[in-house]
Design a protein around this ligand. Structure first.
Ligand code: OSB
Ligand code: MG
Length: 385
């Protein structure tokens, strides 16, 4: 496959409701979409960076910079046999996993189309239907949270995850657990606590949670081992894990018993696939996390979730929970039993609504190997606002 062109664009999409985590509230998403043209096929990827560097170090703007100034110039015009050969071409760029993921995943989509197979099959996915959970933002009071949980359960979701932070934790989880004693329930702190809070966090053991996600420092695997040793509840790492080596470190140190895999955070399908395989060999369950994605990122999450290591419900939920109008067609739909049936059409499995994307676009940049201007300049870059 020759990478003939890359188109990068920023689109603005407004979430139906503000989403609050321990690190902030977001409603107006600034999403980067990457379109990679390879051998005439056009594949799409999404950069899942946030608007601020509050979840991890990347932002919409750092990803724009890194793709524009480093990734696109080094990959446009290159040829690879498989999409999994793209990461070595980006290996000299340290970090910036979400920027890399947007480009790599777009190439996977193009590769699947060129082969005439659904992306999930190209990745080695084995499930035709995946289990879905929801992630609920922090609420004003426990009662309004209980009402939200009730709604999501009525829609069929198989697991409820509650965002927590100091002062908005014990009473909220207690209220939900009292109302729904048997549901699969978990919490996500997004690094809001320190080891000094261990006694407080241990109180949550009484609620029989499926897991507690990333309670401590975003970049400290070791410190989670100290907490896990004191807690019954399984710790799940999210922010700390950027590659398979990190996941192995966490498993060997017993820092967690479950791992959340997010395509952006781990730099794309190639690394995600390796990570789930390593975890599976060690009997560590993994699940697919979400980053409030548009339909394009969501379709990639669905494809990844069909791999055999993904044994727990993911934060992969219906388009209509997030957007009044998604950029794929049909929107992602969840069945009454809380599953998504995987599409068997080639590529992403959903049609990309270019017309809607066009209307939402606020800036774009293109690199094209076919119109190379000179020998030194292997690509031509055009930019417009
Ligand atoms: O920690 O999983 C997280 C959203 C933004 C940043 C981090 C996280 C989340 C979510 C939402 O939990 C998951 C989703 O519904 O996409
Ligand atoms: Mg998380």
């Amino acid at each position: 496959m020759k990478i003939e062109a890359i188109a990068l664009r920023e689109i603005h999409m407004k979430l139906k409701a503000p989403f609050e985590t321990s690190f902030g509230t977001v409603q107006n998403r600034r999403i980067l979409l990457v379109e990679v043209v390879a051998d005439g096929a056009s594949g799409w990827g999404e950069v899942t960076a946030g608007e601020t560097p509050a979840y991890n170090a990347e932002t919409t703007d750092t990803a724009w910079h890194v793709i524009s100034d480093f990734i696109a110039p080094s990959v446009v015009g290159k040829s690879v046999a498989e999409a999994s050969e793209l990461p070595p071409l980006m290996a000299r760029i340290r970090g910036h996993e979400m920027a890399k993921s947007g480009v790599e995943n777009a190439l996977w989509d193009a590769a699947a189309q060129l082969k005439g197979v659904p992306l999930y099959k190209l990745l080695g996915g084995t499930m035709q239907e995946i289990a879905c959970g929801v992630s609920l933002g922090i609420r004003e009071n426990p009662q309004s949270l209980v009402e939200r949980v009730e709604e999501e359960l009525r829609s069929g979701y198989q697991r409820i995850k509650l965002k927590i932070k100091p002062g908005k934790d014990y009473a909220f989880v207690a209220a939900v657990r009292k109302e729904f004693p048997d549901i699969r329930l978990s919490v996500d702190a997004n690094s809001a606590y320190s080891l000094d809070d261990a006694a407080h966090l241990k109180k949550l053991d009484e609620f029989g949670l499926l897991m507690m996600e990333q309670p401590l420092d975003w970049d400290d695997i070791h410190i989670h081992a100290k907490l896990q040793a004191q807690m019954q509840t399984a710790i799940c790492l999210d922010e700390c894990i950027h590659n398979t080596r990190h996941a192995l470190t966490a498993i060997e140190l017993e820092s967690c018993r479950i791992i959340n895999i997010k395509l952006g955070r781990v730099s794309g399908h190639t690394e995600a696939r390796l990570m789930q395989e390593m975890c599976r060999k060690r009997d560590v369950p993994v699940w697919c996390g979400g980053m409030l994605e548009s339909g394009i990122g969501r379709a990639h999450n669905i494809a990844m979730s069909t791999l055999p290591g993904f044994t727990l419900p993911g934060d992969v939920s219906a388009s209509q929970r997030y957007w009044s109008e998604d950029i794929i067609e049909p929107g992602v739909a969840v069945t009454a039993k809380g599953t998504i049936r995987v599409s068997n059409t080639p590529g992403l499995g959903y049609a990309v609504r270019r017309d809607r994307i066009e209307k939402l676009t606020v800036r774009r940049s293109n690199w094209d190997a076919r119109h190379a201007a000179s020998e030194e300049m292997s690509t031509v870059r055009t930019e417009s606002c």
